[in-house]
Design a protein around this ligand. Sequence first.
Ligand code: CA2
Length: 151
Amino acid sequence: MKEKKLIYILNGPNLNLLGEREPEIYGATSLKDIESSLIEIANENDTAISIHQSNHEGELIDLVHEASKKADGIIINPAGYTHTSVAILDALLAIKLPTIEVHITNIYNREEFRKKSLISKAAKGIICGFGVKGYIMALDSIKEILKNENK
Ligand code: CA2
């Protein structure tokens, strides 16, 4: 029987507030709602997901290491660490799993400091500005990447 591909979905600091605060910027959908939609889509596609959120840089790095042992790909919204974390970048570069970077907002039409992502160097692709739908787009893309890798 064909093994299900497992995708780790990692979310950085403050994304636990999705749907509760600043809906004008980040929308009204909670992380739990995003998880439900992603599980539904994953089920239809013979894929499994494992979704995590942490407000701590080291914990996100531990999750990247865990993903390297358990998962086939990573979707990551590093949130504020996008613009500061060499350590998360190093973790992603070290493990070499196909990685897609997601941002709910368009980081290029916001404040200057958001325009630079340290994480993108480790990403196959970046999806930003499509709201929480970006996570679904990323799941779709990573499935394609994994399918092509196995050709
Ligand atoms: O657009 C994105 O997804 C960001 O990664 C979100 C980060 C921000 O620092 C990045 O520049 C772009 C912020 C996440 C904070 O999430 C909140 C959600 C709801 C309410 C307050 C914060």
